[in-house]
Design a protein around this ligand. Structure first.
Ligand SMILES: [Fe+2]
Length: 496
């Protein structure tokens, strides 16, 4: 059995059930949703045919159905907590909360117990296993427990084998063995990472998440050191398979396990994790990343030659004034330390011209001057479900322009490259399609595409930052949409 593939995630659906019982519950779930769809359609027909007479009936039926659904969720939670049977670990995912070259943080979920959870680990090639006790808490989902352990004192750039504990009393004490890698130490090294957002959960009834699994498989094949994830993950508000947000979040982590159990994920939040039916608290206990202000909403980490800043901008009113002060200090300090590359990522784009979620000028007005002032090398975002990449942008917020119209080769300091790379598998709800670009596009946009799913792969040494973006459409393989590089020879370093 493939150790990184979650054992309980059925093909074609993102739900987290097991065996025959799981399949039966899934059928019940489907029939309930079919019944729900029929009731909604019938009551809407009544409402539309005679609004004055049937509106009260419609509202009563709607309220009754919602109350039934809610009570069913509560009952499931109680039954799940009181009568949960010992089970195996799932939703295994990694991140970095401390030094990335000597540590890694392991997170996972089990159904029945918050006691005696631990990670067993060793450097690949060693015989002896070491053990690290985990901290555990009740899942904010329907039931189950979340566990977390940071493995410290590791060797840089080393393969680490690990396995996490199942519930006490389960058939086997540990999960299958997973393998990850610590980051190399120092800026004279090479690192690579994937960037993805707007993923959805595969198997949606509306077909909108038709790229999710293929992007996961593509990233898995590329095997980057780490993954940057920029928000909008489960879309619980529109995925009709899930009665409760917690079910959708569980399913998303199960879906991501094949890559997230190998490659640490630095996650940021999108509008779907904050403003729609999902809330920050649904996700905050499950993700882990370096500490930062606002309950770790903003954070940064230096990995090899790159300083990565993760900024919480799910929608206005963010970023706040406090965030702008933090960001300014953060970029200033990184420049003082002379880190070769400065990369910022967030959910909302700075430049975005799709019909579904165009960029918000207020966000650009707040952030572009700071990015320009500290010569951020690359800015990554998503949200608007298409691909747009700028030339290096220079100038002020009132007079920004392309530093060059060269398509693919740049030098450090020419300007900030803004890359909006979306969707990572899930089409927009609006029109059930990609967000259609509104032409003509401004001249700062160098490459664009609104016909496919996208993710990006970035490789950095201290001398060069190389970016390759991929398109996935229909059943075809990923194809290169865009490729560019920024060389570290800054304009200021050029001989006179
Ligand atoms: Fe979004």
């Amino acid at each position: 059995m493939d150790a990184s593939r979650p054992a309980r995630l059925p093909d074609g659906a993102g739900r987290c059930q097991t065996g025959r019982a799981g399949a039966q519950e899934e059928r019940e779930h489907d029939s309930l949703n079919l019944l729900e769809a029929r009731i909604i359609a019938a009551t809407r027909r009544l409402r539309d045919s005679a609004p004055g007479l049937f509106n009260p009936l419609y509202q009563a039926a709607r309220f009754g159905w919602l109350a039934f659904k809610r009570s069913r969720v509560i009952a499931r939670g109680l039954v799940g907590r009181w009568f949960a049977r010992a089970g195996q670990a799932s939703q295994i995912h990694l991140s970095w909360t401390a030094d990335p070259d000597t540590s890694v943080t392991v997170c996972w979920w089990t159904p029945a117990s918050g006691r005696n959870a631990a990670v067993s680990y060793r450097r690949r090639g060693d015989d002896a296993w070491q053990s690290r006790t985990a901290t555990s808490l009740r899942s904010p989902g329907i039931h189950g427990y979340l566990h977390r352990a940071t493995l410290a004192g590791l060797t840089p750039d080393a393969a680490i084998e690990y396995r996490v504990s199942n519930d006490p009393g389960y058939t086997t004490p540990f999960s299958d063995i997973h393998v990850t890698r610590t980051a190399p130490a120092g800026e004279d090294t090479a690192i690579d990472f994937a960037f993805v957002c707007d993923t959805g959960i595969h198997g949606r009834r509306d077909g909108n998440a038709d790229g999710t699994l293929r992007i996961i498989d593509a990233i898995r094949e590329q095997a980057p050191l780490l993954i940057l994830a920029a928000g909008d993950y489960a879309y619980a508000n529109s995925d009709t398979r899930f009665d409760a947000v917690g079910d959708a979040v569980d399913a998303w982590f199960e879906q991501m396990q094949p890559i997230a159990s190998r490659h640490p994920v630095l996650a940021q939040y999108g509008n779907h994790e904050i403003f729609l039916v999902e809330r920050f608290d649904d996700w905050a206990e499950r993700f882990c990343h370096p500490p930062g202000p606002g309950e770790d909403r903003d954070y940064s980490l230096t990995i090899g030659p790159v300083h990565i800043v993760s900024l919480f901008v799910p929608n206005p009113p963010y970023p706040t004034d406090e965030q702008l002060e933090w960001l300014t200090r953060e970029l200033e300090q990184a420049r003082e330390r002379d880190v070769p590359w400065l990369i910022v990522f967030q959910h909302e784009p700075i430049f975005g011209h799709g019909s579904s979620h165009p960029a918000v000028p207020e966000i650009r007005e707040k952030l572009l001057p700071i990015f320009q002032a500290y010569s951020v090398d690359l800015h990554l975002s998503g949200h608007d479900q298409n691909y747009e990449r700028s030339f290096p942008v220079t100038g002020s917020i009132h007079d920004y322009r392309c530093a060059t119209r060269e398509k693919a080769q740049y030098r450090k300091g020419e300007g900030v490259v803004y890359l909006k790379c979306s969707p990572g598998g899930k089409r927009s709800e609006i029109g059930h399609n990609f967000s259609q670009l509104q032409h003509p596009l401004p001249e700062v946009i160098a490459v664009h595409d609104d016909t496919a799913h996208h993710y990006a792969y970035i490789r950095a040494t201290k001398d060069v930052l190389e970016v390759e973006a991929y398109s996935l459409l229909d059943e075809g393989p990923a194809r290169t949409l865009d490729r560019f590089s920024i060389r570290a020879t800054a304009l200021d370093d050029e001989p006179a």
